[in-house]
Design a protein around this ligand. Structure first.
Ligand code: AMP
Ligand code: GLY
Length: 419
């Protein structure tokens, strides 16, 4: 099979690695791809946001499957354009991608279909101020539009809420603001593969969104992830019924033929699981911790979704666990400094360790940091503690001066989370 993968981050490197394991794969292109992905894919000279160009490439090169990594090409209608020329595509169309690109749209769909979400109100700054006052400033303020998880400010007081509203209203993304009730509890990422009619759940994972140890500092795209989160069977049943069954029902009722990943960011509150956000793609860095544990041919899985032939249930996963630690540049997320030296090859031969590149560049045979999140260092093991140990043993070998990482990814021993 000839596959075109869109994207260039750590998630896409992990997807390329997973696709490349398939005996069915004969050729893998990546657009734009990255120096780090070159080992598993060939670059296609394509703008991943140019729907016509991507569709044209798929026809000209007899591509059998398009796999979309990030949200931007989905929001640009690339999957629609590729399906329109008769090529199966893994990734929702522009309509489905609005679940992620517009928080206001997601809230609207959620409320109409009665899904469990935080109480929320959308509008401009005056409406947002009124909504924040109702909770005496205890709220989450979100900007509508694609903010890659960075457009949220959690507020515990009225002055904090005022400052957050002013800050987000002033950003480009901040046309519409959404103010949500403040939720508490462990946060998990549940991702499902959808084929337009049914879904199969991937094992539960957990991101570490804050920059600093102890969940302090600003929100980031994600500083590390673990998989699986030990969920009680009753809680999983509840998540299926209250989140994914209803989400699918809502998508079908709205006439959306959604083929791709539906990612639900969930807060496990004392009142039950509540949806923080939907994304239309795999999480990053969750994908780097989830894909190594799958006990299926990932290419076949994506193809089944794209063709509407998915088997419902759980996606089979291996026993064991996976921990992914993100190495970021100093200054991330505000102003990452490029140029720090990396030694990803120092992990070659390390047992149960993998390196996925995000923002790296190869110059004269040397690897340099060239982005905010630079690498994911992934350890696998019999349990989370073993996986964590392997990942952290490798991090200082591959990364040093000018780079930072959290020291506490998967450090909390997770007891089984009950319904
Ligand atoms: P989001 O992009 O909506 O997932 O939000 C990013 C992060 O902000 C989440 O991972 C949570 O940690 C936090 N957050 C978002 N909404 C809420 C809420 N209603 N209550 C508490 N924390 C929230
Ligand atoms: N890691 C969170 C996300 O991908 O949105």
């Amino acid at each position: 099979m000839r596959v075109l993968l869109l994207g260039s981050g750590g998630r896409e490197h992990a997807m390329a690695w997973a696709l490349a394991k398939s005996p069915k794969l004969t050729k893998l292109w990546a657009a734009p791809g990255s120096d780090g992905m070159d080992a598993s894919s060939e670059r296609a000279a394509l703008d991943p946001l140019d729907a016509r160009a991507v569709a044209g490439f798929c026809v000209a090169e007899n591509v059998d499957l398009l796999v979309v990594g990030p949200e931007a090409p989905l929001a640009a209608g690339v999957a629609d354009a590729v399906r329109a020329v008769g090529v199966p595509a893994f990734g929702p169309g522009k309509d489905g991608a609005r679940l992620e690109s517009s928080k206001a749209f997601a809230e609207d769909v959620l409320l109409r279909h009665g899904r469990p979400t935080a109480r929320a109100r959308g509008g401009g700054a005056p409406e947002a101020r009124a909504a924040a006052r109702e909770g005496r400033g205890r709220c989450a303020v979100k900007a509508d539009g694609l903010a890659a998880g960075k457009g949220v400010i959690v507020c515990l007081s009225a002055p904090e809420a005022e400052a957050a509203i002013a800050a987000l209203a002033a950003t480009a993304a901040g046309g519409t603001l959404v103010v949500e009730e403040l939720l508490t509890g462990p946060e998990i990422s549940m991702m499902a593969m959808l084929d337009g009619k049914t879904y199969a759940l991937l094992p539960a994972s957990q991101d570490h969104k804050r920059l600093l140890d102890g969940d302090l500092g600003p929100n980031t795209g994600g500083m590390g992830a673990l998989c699986p989160v030990p969920l009680d069977a009753a809680l999983l049943t509840k998540i299926r019924a209250e989140v994914f069954d209803r989400a699918l029902k809502g998508l079908l009722a709205d006439g959306l033929d959604y083929r791709g990943v539906l990612y639900a960011g969930l807060m496990l509150t004392p009142e039950g699981p509540k949806i923080l956000e939907f994304n239309a793609r795999l999480g990053d860095p969750e994908a780097q911790a989830v894909l190594p544990l799958l006990d299926v041919d990932f290419l076949e899985l994506c193809l089944a979704c794209a063709r509407g032939k998915l088997r419902a249930g759980d996606v089979p996963a291996r026993a064991g666990a996976c921990v992914s630690v993100v190495v970021a540049a100093e200054g991330y997320p505000r102003a990452p400094k490029p140029g720090a030296a990396l030694r990803p090859e120092a992990a070659d031969g390390l047992e149960d360790v993998m390196i996925f590149h995000a923002g790296t560049r190869r110059t004269d045979g040397r690897w340099l940091a060239a982005g905010g999140r630079v690498l994911s260092v992934v350890g696998t093991g019999a349990d989370l503690a073993a996986a964590r140990e392997r990942a952290y043993a490798a991090v200082p070998r591959v990364a040093g001066l000018g780079l930072r990482w959290r020291k506490d990814v998967a450090a909390k021993v997770l007891g089984r989370i009950l319904a």
